[in-house]
Design a binder for this molecule. Structure first.
Ligand code: FAD
Length: 160
């Protein structure tokens, strides 16, 4: 099966956009990711999926902690910064949640500690136990078909 076709088909699944953050020896590392899912309510668990070539893999293997920052519609630039899509380096200021660096203005922040991991093909799935959460009411950034979008509420058609 063709890789490009597989990517295109998977890109038909619209998602939010997150920046994963962690810290090793006082150095903060961030990475844009949309492979994020809630796994369990009791206990509260989430999963992220990190490619084998991403620097983030080694960082989380060392810190055993990460935060998921769900980006707001006006944070596309941050997504591009942490996906390595900007030419210049950008300084990003972080705040803290349960000791972890998190991104100000994200619509939700989820602090986690790694409780399990599974290497599957060329990605590692990290299961994170949620240790703290913060919510800010705002519109989310959406990723669909390789493009950034914003939410458009669906108008319900009248049956009359
Ligand atoms: P690098 O490529 O070294 O870092 C990424 C960028 O972040 C660099 O430009 C770096 O300068 C910047 N950066 C890091 N830390 C800081 C800091 N403290 N301050 C300022 N800048 C900093 N890959 C996956 O493995 N899983 C996914 O789920 C996933 N989803 C994605 C979703 C979208 C919408 C996009 C656009 C990309 C996605 N990627 C995903 C790809 C991933 O974001 C890139 O491959 C990324 O470059 C890998 O980051 P890295 O950890 O290798 O670090």
């Amino acid at each position: 099966m063709d890789d490009r076709k597989f990517r295109s088909v998977m890109g038909m699944f619209a998602t939010g956009v997150t920046v994963l953050t962690t810290e090793v020896n006082g150095e903060v590392h961030g990475m844009t990711a949309n492979a994020f899912m809630s796994v369990s309510l009791d206990p509260k668990l989430v999963v992220i999926s990190i490619g084998e070539r991403a620097q983030m893999l080694d960082k989380i293997n060392r810190s055993r902690k990460f935060a998921v920052n769900i980006l707001a519609a006006n944070q596309q630039e941050l997504s591009m910064i942490f996906a390595g899509q900007m030419k210049e380096k950008h300084e990003v200021n972080f705040v803290r949640l349960d000791g972890l660096p998190v991104i100000n203005g994200a619509i939700a922040q989820v602090a986690c500690e790694v409780v399990n991991e599974h290497i599957e093909g060329d990605h590692t799935l990290f299961i994170g136990k949620v240790t703290d959460i913060k919510l800010e009411e705002d519109e989310p950034l959406i990723f669909f078909n390789g493009k950034y979008c914003s939410l458009q509420p669906v108008e319900m058609g009248s049956n009359k």
